[in-house]
Design a protein around this ligand. Sequence first.
Ligand code: 13P
Ligand code: SF4
Length: 304
Amino acid sequence: MNTLTLAHYYTTPDVQAMADYVGDSLELALIARREKAQRIVFAGVQFMAETTKIINPDAEVILPDAAATCSLVTQTDMAALRAWRERYADHVHVSYINSSAEHKTISDWIVTSRNVDEIIASIYAAGKKVIFSPDRNMGAWLNYQYGYQMPVWNAVCEVHDKFKEEQIEYMLTSANGKAWLLAHPESPLPVLKRADMVGSTKQMLDWIEKFSGATEVIYVATEEGLLHNMRQLRTDLNIQQAPIYSGCQCNACPYMKRNTVDLVRQAQMGKGFVIDYLTEETMDQARKPVERMLSFSQPKRNAA
Ligand code: 13P
Ligand code: SF4
């Protein structure tokens, strides 16, 4: 059987080394669709494996560990979300990809942190109103940046929500203008307002790769796994995790770290949490907003 192994940037370096491709959530979704493998091992979290199954229904999709979920999913009660969506029946419902398959079935668009700005701008440009779920911090950032008044669902990423204004402010003031701050949009709004650059995992990596300014240190407000990829790209830069609070400074996603080398190896042999529980109806309904996003995000052909 031909097997494709995908790993998100937040998995450990030894797991990333086992993958055919390492990427952010959008890249991995596009690769999964392009490669058409019979078996796809997804070293990531459950919503990513579910999205992969939805767009590759004939493939066997395996998540190495069933407990690899995401706080944005577990904090979203579906009955309450349905009632909220009905309250705004005349709005376009845009949902972050960090959502369950059932959540996707009641969404009009799925977005990732890489394409959310452009997709929501295009919906507003068409004269429509938008509601955004489930990430409260990302929604607050979009409303702040563009002056939208989107009603926003109330769930957070438990990893990025640990970055707090007080510690960040202290760190930047002590650095006397010699430090830069990059932040993932799942971080709280006061942190994002202080950042020099806000972007998805891939956008932050691209920024680091091209960086040519003067600096003593670049602080990054995201999951610690990404720092490994950044340091590989630029051995000349001093790249540090932004502080989270005064105690332990570890900031690993407990769900991404469920992907151990042993479990990924077993999944490559067909053992693990097989994504075989989604009904045809759920997959058909969830596929529409996902495909809408993928078509929007496909690299455009040159008109030569
Ligand atoms: P990306 O879309 O940047 O890969 O982020 C996914 C994620 O889970 C961030 O916490
Ligand atoms: Fe979910 Fe946060 Fe982990 Fe990403 S880092 S998978 S958003 S809990």
